[in-house]
Design a protein around this ligand. Structure first.
Ligand code: H2U
Ligand code: ZN
Length: 354
C-alpha cells in the first residue's frame, strides 16, 4: 500500500518515508506524541557567557591547549586543528595487511583538519551574529573549500553546537575535515544523485526545492535559498538548507547569492533558538560535489546540488532530547511528530525571530 503526498491520514497513521538522498527509510508514528515522558531530563546551562574568556582555547589572544597563542583576531579566524583526526598526504600510510580483506578490510587515510572561529566574541553563536558577520563565515567556508579541495577529494565543513552534541568548547566555531577518500555518507549521496540525474535528467535536490517551495514543509525562504524540514527527516526538527539555483560546491556560490545565504542562516538559527527558548544545539554541515572529478578532468558533477543538513537533538523542550536508541539502532530511525508538524512550528517562529 502507498500513501499519496497530500493524504491527510499521513498525520494520523504510522507509515514509513524514504530519504531519496540515502535510500534509507524512517518510521513516522505521529500518535506517539501523546505518550508520557518520565525519562532523562537534560539540564540546560543558562549561565551567561562572558564576551571574552581568557581560559578559552579559541578566544583571541588566548593560549591554545598546545601552548601556542591565538592572534588578536577581530573577524573570522581559521587554524590547523591541534588534535587532528586525519593528517598527512595520500599514500603516507601503508595499507594495513590483512589475510582476509573481504572480512577484515582497512585503508590508509590522509587529510587535513582545521578549526574556524566564527567571531572573536565568546558569547555570540551564529544566531547572534549580524548577516554581515555571517557573510564572513561563508566567505571563509568558501575559501577553505577551494584551497582544501585543490589537495583533497572531500572537504567536510561542519559544526557541532552545544554540549548535548559533544561540542568541546562554547566559543562559536566550526570544523573542517578534508580527506583523500570520499566518506560513506557522501558516497551514498553521490550515487543516489547520479542515478536520479541519469534517469530523470534533473538534479534531485533542484527538483525537491522546486516542489517544496511554499509548501507545507517550508520553514523559510528568500530569493536565493530555501529551508525545509525534509519529507524524510529523522531528527524531530531536522532541516535542509537548499539553494534555489544550480550550484555544486561551497566555493562556487556566487558573491551575489552570499548575502541571502547569510540571512537564511541567521533566520534559521534564531528561529531554532526561539523554539525552546535556549541556545539550540545541533550538528550541521555542508554537502556538495566531491573535488576529484574537476581535478581529474572528469564531467562537471551536475547531478550534485550543494546543501546543508541541520540535525538538532531536541524533541520537546530545551532539556528533553530525542534518543536514537533501541529500535533506531537495531532497525530504522523513528520519529513522533510529522515533518509537516515540525515545519509548521518552526515557520510560526520565523516571523518573530528577526
Ligand atoms: P568541537 O568543539 O566540535 O570538538 O571542536 C573543537 C575543536 O578544536 C576540536 O577538534 C580543536 C579540537 O581538537 N582544538 C584545537 O585545535 N586546539 C585547542 O587548543 C583546543 C581545541
Ligand atoms: Zn572563547
Amino acid at each position: 500500500m502507498t500513501y499519496s503526498l497530500g493524504d491527510p491520514t499521513l498525520h494520523e497513521r504510522t507509515h514509513r518515508r524514504r530519504n531519496p538522498l540515502t535510500g534509507r527509510w524512517v518510521l513516522v508514528s505521529p500518535q506517539r506524541n501523546a505518550r508520557p515522558w518520565r525519562g532523562e531530563v537534560h539540564r540546560s546551562s543558562p549561565t551567561p557567557k562572558p564576551r571574552h574568556d581568557p581560559a578559552c582555547h579559541l578566544c583571541p589572544g588566548a593560549q591554545r591547549a598546545t601552548g601556542e597563542r591565538n592572534p588578536a583576531y577581530t573577524s573570522v579566524h581559521v587554524f590547523d586543528n591541534d588534535f587532528p583526526a586525519v593528517r598527512g598526504q595520500p599514500s603516507a600510510g601503508a595499507p594495513a595487511e590483512s589475510a582476509n580483506p573481504s572480512l577484515f578490510a582497512a585503508q590508509p587515510v590522509s587529510g587535513t583538519c582545521r578549526v574556524i572561529c566564527y567571531s572573536p566574541d565568546h558569547d555570540r553563536p551564529m544566531s547572534r551574529l549580524t548577516d554581515y558577520e555571517i557573510a564572513h563565515v561563508i566567505d571563509c567556508w568558501a575559501d577553505e573549500a577551494r584551497a582544501l579541495g585543490a589537495r583533497h577529494r572531500w572537504v567536510q565543513v561542519f559544526e557541532n553546537k552545544g554540549e548535548m552534541m559533544g561540542c568541546s568548547n562554547p566559543h562559536p566555531h566550526g570544523q573542517i575535515w578534508a580527506t583523500d577518500h570520499l566518506p560513506d555518507e557522501l558516497h551514498i549521496e553521490d550515487e543516489r544523485q547520479r542515478t536520479h540525474w541519469r534517469t530523470r535528467g534533473r538534479a534531485m535536490l533542484q527538483e525537491i526545492a522546486d516542489h517544496e517551495f511554499e509548501g507545507p514543509r517550508q520553514v523559510l525562504a528568500n530569493e536565493r535559498w530555501l529551508v525545509i524540514v525534509p519529507y524524510w527527516a529523522t531528527w524531530p526538527f531536522e532541516t535542509l538548507l537548499l539553494p534555489r539555483f544550480s550550484v555544486q560546491r561551497l566555493n562556487e556560490i556566487p558573491a551575489s547569492a552570499r548575502p541571502a545565504l547569510a540571512s537564511a542562516l541567521g533566520d534559521l538559527t534564531r528561529c531554532y533558538d526561539q523554539l525552546f527558548d535556549c541556545e539550540f544545539p545541533y550538528s550541521m554541515g555542508w554537502h556538495g560535489a566531491p573535488y576529484d572529478d574537476e581535478h581529474q578532468g572528469g564531467e562537471p558533477a551536475l547531478h550534485w546540488q550543494l546543501h546543508a543538513h541541520f540535525y538538532p537533538p531536541l524533541l520537546r523542550s530545551a532539556t528533553v532530547r530525542k534518543f536514537m536508541v533501541g529500535y533506531e539502532m537495531l532497525a530504522e530511525p523513528q520519529r513522533d511528530l510529522t515533518p509537516e508538524q515540525a515545519a509548521a512550528r518552526l515557520r510560526e517562529l520565523t516571523t518573530s525571530a528577526r
